[in-house]
Structures are given as structure tokens and as C-alpha cells.
Design a protein around this ligand. Structure first.
Ligand code: HEM
Ligand code: HEM
Length: 184
């Protein structure tokens, strides 16, 4: 691998990053739409939200497996200490939410006594936890809060990417894209 390639994420990491980013934003929008509906329609749209959420969980596990088996480029050396710490902290919280939101959703759904229909292809069974409507409700409330935190952090993450791309010019968004200039 030449020097320039070592400063970018691997192609696999890029594919996982952008596929998951699109799905997360889409699934947030689906949840917002479902929230405003009622009855059977609400159930149907939340059904899609749950299936996409489980797909995000599977992709995230694949992404982490990829990350552990492929080199990750170091952060640009001109980052201030606080920027490096903030960037890494947000990335770690992202992974926690990418796993915690769908797992929490699955758990809450299971306490509600319901399996998940995966796009009519197969059924993901409820976890063997028994029924507990109160707990189900509490976990879903935490799920909504986690979802809101996710959205704010995505905003911060995008602002950071734009700053490094256009102000610091140290690679920024091109580190996660197969084209563009990533200076050394
Ligand atoms: C990474 C994946 C996921 C993300 C980013 C996500 C995000 C969200 C967000 C932002 C909301 C709040 C919507 C609103 O009320 O305005 C929400 C609600 C909800 N999510 Fe998810 N979710 C994910 C996965 C899942 C999964 C896997 C399930 C179920 C198995 C699930 C079930 C629900 C339910 C039932 C609600 C409504 C909660 C309520 O108001 O009672 N979500 N989700
Ligand atoms: C919407 C959901 C998104 C999620 C969940 C997400 C998540 C992540 C995570 C976890 C990393 C760290 C990669 C690692 O080292 O393992 C990362 C890196 C990165 N993301 Fe995102 N991202 C999202 C959207 C975006 C968007 C919209 C942009 C561009 C505007 C972007 C630009 C970047 C860049 C440039 C990096 C590389 C950071 C570096 O220089 O090391 N991301 N993202």
C-alpha cells in the first residue's frame, strides 16, 4: 500500500460507512413518519423501521469485524488534541448506538411479546425474556432518547467533516471516499 492509500479508510470500510449512514438517516425518517400515524398504518411503518434497524445491526457487526481485520488510518497529525478526542469519542458513541438502539429495540419488542418480521422473508423471534409491558415501554423511551442523541451527534460529525475538508484541508471527507486529495 502506498502512503496516500494508508491515509484513507479501506474500500470495505467506506462501503460499510456510507451504507450504514444512509440506512440510519432513512430509518430515523421512517420512525418520525410512523410516530405521526395511527392504527394499522402505524404498525406497518414501524414494522419497516424494525426490519431496517435489524439490518443495520447486522451490518454494524460486519463493519466491526472488518475494522478488526483491516488497518485503520491514523487521524491527521495536525488535529488539535481536543479535536482528536472529540472525533474519537463521537465515533465510539456511534458504535454504541448502532448496536444499542437495535438491540434495545429488539429487547423492548420482545418484552412486548412480539417477534420481528424481516421484510416478509423470515421472522426474527422475540428474545426469551418473557412479557413485561412496563419494561418494554421504559426501554422504548430510552430508545427514542438514544435516537435523538444520535441525530445531534450526526450533525456534529458532519460539521467536523466539513471543517476538516474546507478549513483545515487535511483530507476531511476524502478520507472516507475513494477519490479526492488526502494530504500527508
Ligand atoms: C440503528 C437502528 C435504529 C435507529 C437509528 C432507530 C431510531 C429511532 C428513533 C429516532 C425513534 C424515535 C421516533 C419518534 O418517536 O419520533 C425510534 C422509535 C422506535 N423504534 Fe427505533 N431505531 C432503530 C432500530 C429499531 C429496532 C431494531 C426496533 C425494534 C425491533 C425499533 C423500534 C422502535 C419503536 C417501536 C419505536 C417507537 C417507540 C415509541 O414511541 O413507543 N427501532 N427509533
Ligand atoms: C449518518 C450516519 C453516520 C454515521 C453513523 C457515521 C459513523 C462514522 C464512524 C463510526 C466513523 C469512524 C470510523 C472508524 O474509524 O471506525 C466515521 C468516520 C467518518 N465519517 Fe461518518 N458517519 C455518518 C455520516 C457521515 C457523513 C454524512 C459524513 C460526511 C459529511 C461523514 C464523514 C466521515 C468521515 C470523513 C470519517 C473519517 C474520519 C477520519 O478522518 O478518521 N460521516 N463515521
Amino acid at each position: 500500500m502506498n502512503d496516500a492509500a494508508a491515509r484513507r479508510y479501506s474500500t470495505g470500510a467506506m462501503i460499510f460507512h456510507w451504507a450504514i449512514a444512509i440506512l440510519v438517516i432513512m430509518n430515523w425518517q421512517i420512525a418520525e413518519r410512523a410516530h405521526d400515524l395511527e392504527g394499522a398504518e402505524r404498525m406497518a411503518v414501524f414494522g419497516y423501521h424494525k426490519a431496517w434497524g435489524m439490518l443495520i445491526l447486522a451490518l454494524t457487526l460486519g463493519r466491526l469485524a472488518w475494522r478488526w481485520t483491516h488497518p485503520v488510518p491514523p487521524l491527521p497529525s495536525d488535529l488539535a488534541k481536543w479535536e482528536a478526542v472529540l472525533a474519537r469519542t463521537v465515533h465510539v458513541i456511534f458504535y454504541v448506538l448502532l448496536i444499542g438502539l437495535p438491540l434495545g429495540g429488539w429487547l423492548a419488542n420482545s418484552y412486548g411479546g412480539r417477534p420481528i418480521d424481516f421484510f416478509g422473508l423470515f421472522t426474527i423471534p422475540a428474545l426469551p425474556v418473557g412479557e413485561n409491558k412496563d419494561l418494554s415501554h421504559t426501554i422504548f423511551e430510552a430508545h427514542e432518547t438514544g435516537g435523538s442523541i444520535f441525530i445531534y451527534l450526526i450533525g456534529l460529525h458532519i460539521l467536523g467533516a466539513l471543517k476538516h475538508t474546507f478549513f483545515d484541508r487535511n483530507g476531511g471527507i476524502f478520507r472516507m471516499l475513494p477519490f479526492g486529495k488526502v494530504p500527508g
